[in-house]
Design a binder for this molecule. Sequence first.
Ligand SMILES: Cc1cc2nc3c(=O)[nH]c(=O)nc-3n(C[C@H](O)[C@H](O)[C@H](O)COP(=O)(O)O)c2cc1C
Length: 191
Amino acid sequence: MKVIAFNGSARKDGNTALLLRTVLAELEQADIETELVQLAGKPLRGCTACMGCWRNKDGTCVIKNDSVNDYFEKMVAADGIILGSPTYFADVTTEMKALIDRTGMVNRANDDRLQRKVGAGVVAVRRGGSMHTLQTLQNFFLIGQMIIPGSSYWNIGFGREPGEVAGDDEGIKTMVDLGRNMAWLIHKLGN
Ligand SMILES: Cc1cc2nc3c(=O)[nH]c(=O)nc-3n(C[C@H](O)[C@H](O)[C@H](O)COP(=O)(O)O)c2cc1C
């Protein structure tokens, strides 16, 4: 069993990473292998709407000069996928949107290879716009026929400077509960 997590922050090892690592620690406790991919500093462009993935139907994006195809492969190989993003102008980061649009379109063009995997969104925020950000992340899972577990609150942690989110006790508890529920669901599904 494996869960792959993506941190869409432009800032490596910041608040989103801290929240994601909290979820991943619970999954590890439940004997689920985890991997965290941080998108910061890596080239990642958006979808060019060339529709090459629909023509080729080979499970890849035609843009080969970045890591999106590796990321999609990691998603296909995993039992669960976590998308984490800080809130940027009440939505996900540009890098996370590029990941969503390109892997989401490759998935749709290839008979929903991510169908029935477990998916969860995680959001860091200073003050406002986090619910919309979470919804953007969850839209990826829902249209891909994936299954989303709940937690004891929506999956949001409050903080501005790197590490500040550790002081949001309820946010951290939400991540712990999310990790436990995700692990429970993955074991139940036993894919
Ligand atoms: C370009 C940009 C836009 C932001 N927009 C918002 C926003 O709309 N609402 C908010 O509460 N915080 C906003 N923030 C603050 C971040 O969401 C916050 O600092 C978060 O903890 C960063 O997470 P990270 O450490 O994982 O990068 C913004 C930060 C940046 C750099």
